[in-house]
Design a protein around this ligand. Structure first.
Ligand SMILES: CC(C)(COP(=O)(O)OP(=O)(O)OC[C@H]1O[C@@H](n2cnc3c(N)ncnc32)[C@H](O)[C@@H]1OP(=O)(O)O)[C@@H](O)C(=O)NCCC(=O)NCCS
Length: 405
């Protein structure tokens, strides 16, 4: 237990299911959400055979909608279903789009404090089974007392609000960013950067029979700005946010192993990133997309870093405009090579509470090829006006702090 000294926390490994499109025609419509989590946990154990399952101290699984196949304290039930010993506890967690990221920061804090040595943290969202806002009953005071603007409750409308507030971040720029994101993702697939962290999932369909999901369903390689120019704007007549410059509605799960640096060393587990800092921030709910800016400022300031120290940025692309706000704030070009080098949620999809660990896993992959980069961040905007940022260090960098090899 706690000794008064914080311990180093390292990222060991991360996996995810291929992401599917939500809805009756999607890959996972007849697959349970908790089974997607189980596949991720099993895969982590398969890939890391030196980790005895009984050494896992907790399993944190995020889901935004915690009912049905995402209910029943999903971290605990998924752990049991994955065959972890009954002695391994688990819990459920929610911070909407930053659910998995919060599962990571919460359990990482437990590791730093000395309550845990090794944990599994991840997230799931089956938006086909659980559409956004399912079963919620917002307190009438939220709107009656104008605590938030009504648009704050519809994420696409918050993205339109960003276009209003920052008119120079035009639809043309959002579309150009989206097309480039699809192209980066297609290249990453062609270069084999995405596949190593995917766990194949058996799928079933009453119409088509059994199948095997081995690749993401949402990507639209070859998308051009011309293709995007004429798409409908579902959130506002003559708006700027479209299906092409937003993340879609998706199903998928993610999970990762975190450990104290000592436990990783003792168990022979790789330390692929070191946790440096994290922060969450609140912003005006109707402009939720700006959240990554104050969260990043806070996370960097806590450890005396600035954005100039950051060589790789995995930012969730809920909407292109919200990434442009981030880039604009820090004086970065729309095509800055530090941003999402393997593409992002516009192509891959964004199963809400799962996405944080997708970003983290992708950053660890990106670090592998870039020993010249010491620090990277993973960041997301979050519904009801929040931002979440985690700063990571690349152990391959010459100046990296002491972490287990
Ligand atoms: C934007 C949104 C409403 C679109 O939903 P949808 O209409 O079901 O999306 P679809 O995939 O059917 O795409 C709509 C159309 O755009 C087209 N399209 C989408 N992406 C395209 C691309 N890259 N290139 C060309 N066409 C594209 C589709 O083919 C479809 O065309 P059709 O109407 O002729 O069939 C939905 O994806 C959404 O709500 N996204 C945001 C999710 C969100 O809020 N997440 C939380 C963030 S905080």
């Amino acid at each position: 237990m706690a000794t008064g000294q914080l311990r180093e926390v390292v990222f060991v490994d991360g996996v995810r299911t291929p992401f599917g499109k939500a809805g009756p025609a999607g890959l996972y419509y007849e697959t349970r959400a908790d089974d997607l989590v189980v596949k991720c946990i099993r895969e982590l154990l398969r890939r890391n055979p030196s980790l005895a399952p009984e050494r896992i101290d907790d399993v944190a699984v995020a889901a935004t909608t915690q009912i049905g196949d995402q209910g029943l304290t999903i971290g605990r039930t998924a752990a049991l279903l994955a065959g972890l010993p009954q002695s391994v506890p688990g819990f459920a967690i929610d911070r909407m789009c930053a659910g998995a990221l919060t599962a990571v920061t919460t359990t990482a804090t437990g590791i730093a404090f000395g309550a845990y040595d090794v944990v599994i943290a991840g997230g799931v969202e089956h938006m086909g089974h659980h559409p956004m806002g399912e079963g919620v009953d917002p307190n009438p005071r939220i709107l009656a007392e104008q605590l938030v603007d009504p648009s704050a409750l519809v994420m696409g409308k918050t993205a339109e609000n960003l276009h209003d507030r920052f008119p120079h971040l035009s639809k043309e720029r959002a579309d150009a960013f989206a097309a480039a994101s699809q192209a980066k993702l297609a290249k990453a697939y062609a270069d084999g950067k995405i596949q190593p962290d995917l766990v194949p999932v058996a799928t079933r369909s009453s119409e088509h029979g059994w199948g095997l999901a081995t690749a993401d369903e949402p990507p639209r390689p070859g998308t051009t700005v011309g293709d995007l120019a004429t798409l409908k704007t579902p959130f506002r007549p003559h708006g700027r946010v479209t299906a092409g410059n937003a993340a879609g509605l998706n199903d998928g799960a993610t999970a990762c192993i975190l450990a104290s640096a000592e436990a990783a060393r003792d168990l022979g587990l790789p330390a692929r990133m070191r946790l440096v800092s994290y922060a969450f921030a609140g912003v005006e709910p109707e402009y939720m997309g700006v959240g990554p800016v104050p969260a990043t400022d806070k996370a960097l300031a806590r450890v005396g870093l600035t954005i100039d120290d950051i060589g790789l940025i995995e930012i969730n692309e809920a909407f292109a405009v919200q990434v442009l706000v981030f880039l604009d704030h820090y004086g970065m070009a729309d095509d800055d090579p530090r941003i999402n080098p393997f593409g992002g949620a516009i192509g891959l999809g964004h199963p809400l509470a799962a996405s944080g660990v997708r970003l983290i896993t992708q950053l660890a992959r990106a670090f592998e090829n870039r020993p010249d980069v010491r620090y990277g961040i993973t960041t997301l905007c979050v519904g009801i006006g929040m931002g979440a940022t985690v700063v990571w260090e690349n152990p391959a960098h010459a100046d990296a702090g002491q972490v287990a090899a």
